[in-house]
Ligand binder design. Structure first.
Ligand code: MRU
Length: 344
């Protein structure tokens, strides 16, 4: 992605360190965070310095690679197993994290007891996982841009952009490429309470690319559907089940219901790392519940009644029947058929 004219990935490996754009600071400050052990990356994922399903998948992959560099030879396998389990536990909903961590772990342990080789393979495997994510997202953008009509007014939720992936984005890859094709699009950006991924990150990415957009509150999209000012909805996903149900940022389900009511197509864009072939349906997906303080306070200042409790589910489930199609790197599929493409 371009930030102030310079090219960046959201997360990468350089000089024995994992580096990432600090997404908690954007758009007010541009900071690169650097880590030299996997425990620091566990914290970065939990605190959402890096966030977005494919981006935490890549961060997890690099974190295991880092763990392999630091693991003492006498307990190499046990150290890696602990690192794997701790990384996967940091955020329970996005399956890309488990997929990224497990991929590098499996490649690495194959070469035990040749620890030198294991360590080299760990880095190569993490780089390969991240590169595949970039390629997949680019394909999603190219394929998905075909369903974007000229002059489309598109609603998106949360940040499914280059920041949420390694590069390009998922929903935003489609939007980026449609814009590059001069389709004269306009984007409604849900602010995405409570962490404002839409208002901070999606709006920032769109501004950087010169893509016309406006931020709206999460509750405003119904009004714009009603005014017939939304032609298309595109979101990302944190997990896609065998039956085509998806988990995505809290509020996504409401958008899908509104889209159905207003006969507006609702698309989900995701790379193969977001598919979970072991989970049958949405009801089986663990939903991350985050701290109530994210709702009640901003930068330490209360904006809600301090004595009241608050519920903060980070994701919700959108059933397959509300999804027009899933945009994957291999094509656009009906939700019920999408998971089958991963196995091919
Ligand atoms: O809690 P977050 O910010 O990690 O949630 C991110 C989302 O819900 C995104 O929509 C999803 O990961 C898809 S990103 C390409």
């Amino acid at each position: 992605m371009q930030i102030d004219g310079k090219q960046y990935l959201s997360v990468w490996f350089e000089n024995e360190r994992v580096k990432m754009i600090d997404q908690n600071k954007l758009p007010f400050e541009f900071r690169i965070a650097e880590y030299s052990n996997y425990l620091e990356i566990c914290d970065a994922i939990r605190e959402m310095t890096v966030r977005g399903a494919p981006a935490i998948g890549a961060a997890g992959a690099y974190a295991i690679a880092l763990a392999a560099q630091n693991a003492p030879e006498e307990k190499f396998r046990a150290y890696l197993r602990t690192a794997r389990d701790e990384l996967i536990a940091t955020r329970p909903t996005a399956i890309d994290l488990r997929n990224g961590v497990n991929y590098v772990y499996e490649q690495t342990i194959k070469f035990i007891p040749d620890y030198r080789h294991s360590r080299q393979v760990a880095i190569l495997a993490a780089r390969e996982f991240a590169k595949k994510s970039i390629d997949d997202c680019y394909q999603i953008g190219k394929i998905g841009s075909e369903i974007v009509p000229q002059g489309a007014r598109i609603l998106t939720h949360c940040n499914a952009g280059a920041l949420a992936t390694v590069d390009w984005g998922t929903a935003l890859a489609v939007i980026r490429i449609a814009h590059q094709q001069n389709k004269d699009i306009f984007v409604y950006v849900d602010e995405t309470r409570p962490r404002f991924q839409g208002a901070r990150l999606t709006a920032f990415e769109l501004e950087q690319e010169g893509i016309p957009h406006t931020i709206i509150t999460d509750s405003a999209s119904g009004f714009y559907f009603w005014k017939k000012e939304i032609d298309l909805v595109i979101t990302g996903a944190d997990r896609i089940c065998l039956n085509g149900d998806i988990a995505n940022k809290i509020g996504t389900y409401e958008k899908a219901v509104l889209a159905k009511e207003h006969k507006v197509p609702f698309y989900v864009a995701a790379p193969f790392s977001t598919f979970d072939l072991t989970t049958k349906e949405g009801a089986d997906i663990p939903i991350e519940i985050r701290d109530e303080d994210e709702i009640k306070r901003i930068n330490g200042t209360y904006l809600a009644n301090p004595g009241s409790p608050a519920l903060n589910p980070s994701f919700d489930i959108t059933p397959a029947k509300l999804i027009t199609g899933i945009i994957t790197p291999k094509g656009i599929f009906k939700p019920k058929d999408a998971a089958r493409q991963v196995q091919i």
